[in-house]
Design a protein around this ligand. Structure first.
Ligand SMILES: [Fe+2]
Ligand SMILES: [Fe+2]
Length: 138
């Protein structure tokens, strides 16, 4: 059973952004699997690196769409993205330093980290983009 199952409740009504979110969910599920199986440190670090890289790419997608559509909530949304990247980088560093393990709690943090952002701020962005549908093709 994966940690996060994508469902319509996580949809932001944008094909591009939903596809990105599904990719992020896949990597978090991979980390969850690793935590259940007690996978080696190197494998977990590779998955975390992948999560960080996909997250950065995804945020660039959203920020580009926000700029192109003159999204009024751009600044608070961007601040939230920067905060999430910092949280992920801190988590990654602490894991690499052996200060945190891949406990259920740590993995639950990643679920909250992603899902709360999607259901709070990304949903509003999706609504805005649906009014500017022609922009959602990048
Ligand atoms: Fe976002
Ligand atoms: Fe997002």
């Amino acid at each position: 059973m994966p940690l996060i199952e994508w469902s319509e409740s996580l949809s932001v009504k944008s094909r591009l952004l939903d596809a990105d979110h599904k990719r992020l969910i896949d990597v978090i599920n991979k980390l969850y699997d690793a935590s259940q199986k007690g996978s080696n440190h190197a494998g977990v670090e590779t998955a975390m690196e992948q999560l960080l890289s996909l997250t950065k790419t995804h945020f660039i997608h959203e920020e580009t769409l926000m700029r192109k559509s003159a999204y009024p909530q751009f600044i608070p949304h961007k601040i939230e993205h920067d905060r999430l990247i910092k949280q992920l980088e801190d988590f990654q560093k602490r894991y690499a330093a052996g200060q945190v393990g891949l406990s259920n709690e740590s993995v639950a943090f990643l679920r909250t980290w992603l899902c709360e952002h999607i259901t709070s701020v990304d949903v509003s962005l999706g609504e805005w983009l649906s009014k500017h549908a022609s922009l959602d093709t990048t």
